[in-house]
Write a protein that binds this ligand. Structure first.
Ligand SMILES: CCCCCCC/C=C/C(=O)SCCNC(=O)CCNC(=O)[C@H](O)C(C)(C)COP(=O)(O)OP(=O)(O)OC[C@H]1O[C@@H](n2cnc3c(N)ncnc32)[C@H](O)[C@@H]1OP(=O)(O)O
Length: 719
């Protein structure tokens, strides 16, 4: 787990060998301790260099070890032996030095970084803090403000920034290890005391209290209810106000409050879930590691509405040439100007030049004959999409992949009108497509493994978190959203207000409650879909009793809001009122209150007090319940995929882990019992009826979320 060599006759070279990221697992800690002991006791050794194999210094503590009892030598004493030794130790940082890996470097007397290396303390993103001295040593080295920013955000910094801040002693374009060996030899004989970070005094700013207070306000605003950044601030305060040894004790106490917390478990689950989600499978046995993606050099996007424009930008900024198609000259010109503006702003922000030369705009599908891949992003209308796919089938060369950005229509029905159903898949982006990280890759029953591999790999290239899903109405994300939105409106009927429901969801951790979010997204889209599916408007069967459709409970309040021209922020009125159209500051609207009161009295509904607990349970347990059904139906391969979709596509609070992880944390038995209770109270809401999989898991003793897959195996899978 670490290689020990004597090089240049007098330097001990310790190479961490724990692929893929040389994490500090128990055997690695053991090996470092033994290697250091050997180096310090060998009279031939005059200096030590520590590096990592395969161009990666160290990705930090082994996060997988956090789930079990800690075994092997504790990290801090292993690192203390490095600093305390009487021979200079140089860290040779290539690739990355993160978390415990960065802290290891901070215990060394010198640090050399390769110019492409990234450094950081991302522990806060895992719900913990840098508890191997990071909170005490970094402030001593670079001062409170810079250390506070790095520790509370977990931001990775470049080697150049690390040099500027005084974290590293030298940046090299050459091999860091070679440079560090030379450096180490020159350091022999120089006094080591000033190089021991633990002996430094933290430069204390005069306005320390104000600084820490401002940082506290900032994290409370940015990540309300999240514990780790607040603990990080307290630890950094200790670095400013306490001697080193006491500060280390404080750091360890604060870590103890976080280490076994539900938030830390959720955030660490999110880390692994995100990586698991990329590992797609198909019923044919094809999967992520045995299917080769095609290289996509050119693409076309059809439709330059909000989604199409975002997709063009996402493709062009990663170097793919894009032909953008619109149906009318005016729409094309408008789209062109908006795309160019977006790309220019994006390039300015990233300090690069805008790749405008990759763009071509056209009114003719004939121009698409040679592209590698097409993404259709026209209006959500099946007949229109079918016409486009038929036309593409005629125009594009036989090998061109045809993808649709539909948010829920049948991908296989579109495949069926083409001459190449195996080359058709869904690529469901989320709005705005150049900002949102999620991509649902919809695998139709006839999509080939090469098609799915290509869509997944293209998503990755665009910086998206891509998740393979099955082809069912709404796919995964939007299918689950419907019962969640339904519960929110049923709660309105029963006596709650939009403000109360939003507050309960925001206190839970959502940045925006369901009604504020709907006002932002626009209420008219859902209204149009409901009209088209005959749920509201002139096509409603008059035999339907009020507040019922197809025998199920239906809440017409969202339709009534839209009938008043209240479409959300863009019209200045929606579930809330705004000072003017486009404003974002939502204010409670007495007119909505009146509408609700009139509605309830018309239908003889006696409003009741509804607790926040009921709001959370009904909205979120029904969300997870639909997730269980999706797993049962084989439309998602595993709960992690569903959670990743909700984290990246619907802003589910990360410290709650996602709807499926949250259900497991609450306890499946409890979720089942509450769903049974609510279903009994509302038998006309089928979504509240507990799913068979939930019941099965409870009957099997509620296994942890990582084991659910074993219980789903016996059921059918589309993935
Ligand atoms: C009371 C206890 C006291 C202990 C004190 C400890 C204080 C220190 C704490 C820590 O160090 S916490 C860990 C901090 N480090 C991180 O958060 C880094 C996490 N990793 C990453 O950000 C990235 O993986 C990377 C290092 C930037 C590499 O990115 P890349 O895209 O190249 O690869 P990935 O697909 O992300 O990862 C590959 C593979 O490696 C696994 N992995 C990565 N880091 C770790 C880790 N620190 N521990 C365990 N496993 C790790 C990752 O899950 C992937 O696995 P597979 O999916 O391939 O199985």
């Amino acid at each position: 787990m670490a290689r020990y060599e004597l090089v240049k006759r007098s330097v001990a070279l310790i190479t961490l060998t724990n692929p893929p990221v040389n994490a500090l697992s128990s055997p690695v800690r053991h090996a470092i301790a033994n290697s250091m002991e050997r180096a310090l006791s060998d009279p031939k050794v005059r200096a030590v260099v520590i590096c990592g194999e395969n161009g990666r210094f160290c990705g930090g503590a082994d996060i997988r070890e956090f789930a079990g009892p800690l075994r092997g030598p504790p990290l801090i004493p292993v690192l203390e032996a490095i600093e305390a030794g009487d021979k200079p130790v140089v860290a040779a940082i290539e690739g990355m030095a993160l978390g415990g890996g960065f802290e290891l470097a901070l215990f060394c007397h010198y640090r050399i970084a390769q110019s492409k290396a990234r450094l950081g303390l991302p522990e806060v993103t895992l719900g913990i803090l840098p508890a191997a001295g990071g909170t005490q040593r970094l402030p001593r080295l670079i001062g409170i403000p810079a250390a506070l920013e790095m520790i509370t955000t977990g931001r990775h910094i470049s080697a150049q920034e690390a040099l500027k801040l005084g974290i590293v002693d030298q940046v090299t374009d050459q091999n860091a290890c070679e440079t560090a060996l030379e450096f180490a030899l020159k350091a022999v004989g120089k006094p080591l005391s000033p190089r021991r970070v633990s002996t430094l005094t933290t430069p204390c700013p005069p306005d320390l209290d104000a600084l820490l207070e401002a940082a506290t306000m900032q994290v409370k605003k940015k990540t309300p209810g999240v514990m780790a950044p607040l603990a990080c601030i307290q630890a950094v305060r200790a670095a400013a106000t306490m001697p080193y040894s006491k500060g280390m004790k404080r750091e360890s106490e604060l870590m103890a409050t976080l280490f076994n917390s539900g938030q830390a478990r959720a955030l660490q689950y999110c880390f692994f879930a995100q990586r698991t989600a990329g590992k797609w499978t198909l019923p044919s046995g094809a999967q992520w590691n045995n299917s080769k993606p095609r290289e996509i050099r050119s693409a076309a996007v059809i439709g330059l509405g909000t989604m199409g424009r975002g997709i063009v930008v996402s493709l062009a900024r990663v170097g793919i040439s894009v032909i953008a198609v619109e149906s009318e000259k005016k729409l094309l010109e408008n789209g062109r100007q908006m795309v160019i503006g977006m790309l220019e702003r994006d390039a300015k922000r990233r300090g690069v030049s805008a790749s405008l030369n990759l763009l071509k705009f056209t009114l003719s599908l004939q121009d698409l004959k040679d592209v590698d891949l097409v993404i259709e992003a026209v209006f959500e209308d099946m007949a229109l999409k079918k016409r486009v796919f038929q036309e593409l089938s005629k125009v594009c060369r036989p090998g061109t992949l045809l993808c649709t950005n539909t948010s829920g229509l049948d991908v296989d029905a579109l495949a069926g009108v083409t001459d190449r159903p195996h080359l058709v898949a869904g690529m469901h982006f989320f709005s705005p497509a150049h900002v949102m990280k999620l991509l649902e890759v919809v695998c139709g029953p006839r999509s080939s493994s090469e098609t799915i591999a290509t869509a997944m790999s293209l998503g990755k290239k665009m910086g998206k978190v891509s998740v393979a899903v099955g082809n069912c109405p709404g796919f995964v994300g939007n299918r689950m959203l419907k019962p969640y939105l339904d519960q929110a409106t049923f709660l309105l009927e029963e006596g709650a207000t939009p403000e109360q429901i939003d507050k309960a969801l925001e206190d839970f951790g959502f940045a925006m409650g369901v009604f504020r979010m709907s006002d932002l997204a626009g209420l008219d889209v859902g209204w149009r879909v409901r009209k088209e599916s005959g749920l509201t408007g002139p096509d409603v069967d008059p035999k339907n009793p009020p507040r019922k459709r197809q025998g199920r409970r239906y809440c017409p309040i969202p339709d009534m809001v839209c009938e008043q021209g209240r479409f959300g922020q863009k019209t200045g009125r929606g579930w809330y009122k705004y000072d003017k159209p486009g404003d974002t500051n939502a204010k409670p609207d007495p007119l909505i209150q009146n509408l609700l009161e009139t509605y309830r009295s018309r239908y003889g509904i006696q409003p009741r007090n509804i607790s926040d607990q009921e709001i959370i349970e009904r909205c979120l347990f029904v969300l997870a319940n639909e997730g269980f059904r999706i797993l049962e139906d084989g439309m998602a391969a595993r709960p992690e995929d569903i959670d990743v979709i909700y984290l990246f596509g619907y802003a589910f609070p990360r410290h709650r882990g996602g709807p499926m992880f949250y259900a497991s944390m609450v306890g499946l038995e409890r979720v089942l019992e509450r769903l049974e209770h609510y279903h009994q109270a509302h038998p006309d809401v089928p979504h509240l009826e507990p799913s068979a999989l939930l019941k099965k898991l409870v009957a099997c003793g509620s296994p942890p979320v990582q084991q659910w897959r074993e219980h789903i195996k016996t059921m059918r899978s589309h993935l």
